[in-house]
Design a protein. Structure first.
Length: 196
């Protein structure tokens, strides 16, 4: 399978399916749960820009640089967020898992752990990645803690990396998991799911 091809990934409580306009209404409701677009250190679309965000992600997929997923909660069969494979580098067998957000109701739940297990398993075991990256804003403490709980290591901080939507400068924390670390990370994620 080429890096930029769509895939459907299924777990016990969640499915990751190719993002489509059919997910729009669910995603609008999901983003309202916690008013996620109001967090200044994230880049989550407000309800009125959800269609534009879906178009943006599908456009990047057409260019081969992103594979966007809708996150489907199997308990409700509703889309509760988005995630992607992005910054795809097929030559060097690397990609980033990012542009991820979930409605507040499912944050810090087993659903996120299972999503990451599905994505990482696909990246390392199907795409044969040598490394998978995660990036987040320095001030997004919740995201940084979640990435670290996965077992990712901090590679460094890109200072004054980007302008945020409010005009401030973003320092970006870059984390990664290497292929040789994957068996231990996988065992940790599986253990966490068993205890959930």
């Amino acid at each position: 399978m080429a890096f930029a091809e769509s895939a459907s990934l299924h777990g016990q409580s969640v499915s990751l399916v190719p993002l489509a306009h059919a997910h729009h209404d669910d995603l609008v409701e999901a983003v309202k749960d916690g008013e996620l677009w109001t967090l200044w250190y994230t880049n989550v679309p407000p309800p009125g820009r959800m269609r534009t965000e879906i178009d943006r992600r599908l456009g990047l997929q057409a260019q081969g640089s992103m594979v966007p997923f809708a996150v489907i909660d199997k308990a409700t069969n509703e889309a509760v967020g988005m995630t992607t494979f992005m910054h795809i580098d097929a030559v060097n067998r690397r990609l980033e898992i990012g542009s991820t957000w979930y409605r507040k109701r499912v944050q810090r739940s087993p659903l996120n752990t299972e999503c990451k297990l599905l994505l990482l398993t696909h990246a390392f075991e199907r795409l044969n990645c040598i490394a998978v990256e995660f990036r987040t804003h320095f001030f997004n403490r919740q995201s940084r803690a979640a990435i670290e709980r996965l077992g990712a290591k901090l590679d460094g901080i890109l200072r004054q990396h980007q302008f945020a939507s409010n005009g401030t400068l973003r320092d970006t924390c870059v984390y990664s998991i290497l292929d040789r670390e994957w068996p231990t990370v996988k065992a940790n994620l599986a253990h966490r799911l068993e205890g959930a």
